[in-house]
Design a protein around this ligand. Structure first.
Ligand SMILES: [Zn+2]
Length: 260
């Protein structure tokens, strides 16, 4: 971000606010994806409506975050409670973009990482609920990976190795455990994200995801006293997201340990 101070404070603040608002709007669309993809519904064509009474939402009921707050989290027509998940996803998406923007600044790769963060929000919520990762969403991350290779084509090998570094290991685990330990969705996720991040970064993402997954899962099982099945996707996504933000300094630090 500091590299971009030459743009001047006005343009930086203006652009940041616009990107935040866009993050809220895309977050609103992510809610639609989270609800409709597991049901196999069209994510683009149908108008948004109340799940209970079918009331079709007007434009002023579709303003991210604010509509929910102004309506007190209720449908204007039937007063049915609207889950807090909707505004949380909208805000979460916008904030996840802000963090990427802060770390990476105004450059093309920021767009790829923001898009990846958004897709991973959808993957995480759906995987948590259904224990499945939609193939189309994984393919989308793979396309972001292809765009990354095009952007940094001189380092293409770093990204192509990244595509296989973790996914091959996961594939072996899937075959050996007959899909009990993890699913093919996790394999495709790490292939796509590996192409986007490169091999050192995707290895770090795996380590972070598995470590955080183990810790958080043990705590959750202690608290809820149920659910042995671990949806792995959300933790992998968390590892990938943390690697997008902090991967470079962590890898630089780790390599300096080996060299000296
Ligand atoms: Zn309603």
């Amino acid at each position: 971000m500091l590299d971009y101070l030459w743009l001047g404070p006005f343009i930086i603040i203006y652009a940041t606010v616009l990107i935040f608002i866009l993050g809220l709007l895309i977050g609103s669309f992510l809610n639609v994806c989270i609800y409709r993809i597991p049901l196999g519904q069209n994510i683009a064509l149908d108008r948004s409506h109340c799940m209970k009474c079918g009331h079709v939402l007007k434009w002023y009921e579709l303003i991210p975050l604010f509509s929910w707050l102004i309506q007190g989290g209720k449908c204007r027509s039937c007063k049915e409670k609207i889950s807090i998940q909707y505004p949380l996803i909208e805000l979460g998406n916008a904030l996840s973009w802000m963090a990427v923007l802060f770390v990476w600044g105004f450059r093309p790769v920021t767009i790829l990482y923001c898009a990846c963060a958004s897709v991973m929000i959808v993957i995480s919520v759906i995987d948590e609920r259904t224990q499945e990762i939609n193939l189309g969403l994984n393919i989308f991350i793979g396309l972001l990976g292809i765009a990354r290779v095009a952007l940094d084509y001189r380092q293409w090998l770093y990204f192509v190795i990244g595509m296989f570094a973790v996914s091959l290991l996961f594939l072996i685990i899937v075959i050996a455990s007959k899909e009990r330990a993890m699913g093919l969705g996790d394999v495709y996720l790490m292939a796509g994200a590996g192409l986007l991040l490169g091999w050192k970064h995707i290895l770090l993402a795996m380590v972070l995801g598995c470590t955080l997954g183990a810790i958080i899962h043990i705590i959750r099982m202690k608290v809820s006293k149920k659910g042995k099945q671990l949806a792995f996707g959300p933790y992998l996504c968390l590892g990938i997201y943390l690697t997008i933000l902090f991967g470079n300094p962590i890898i630089r630090w780790y390599t300096s340990l080996i060299v000296h």
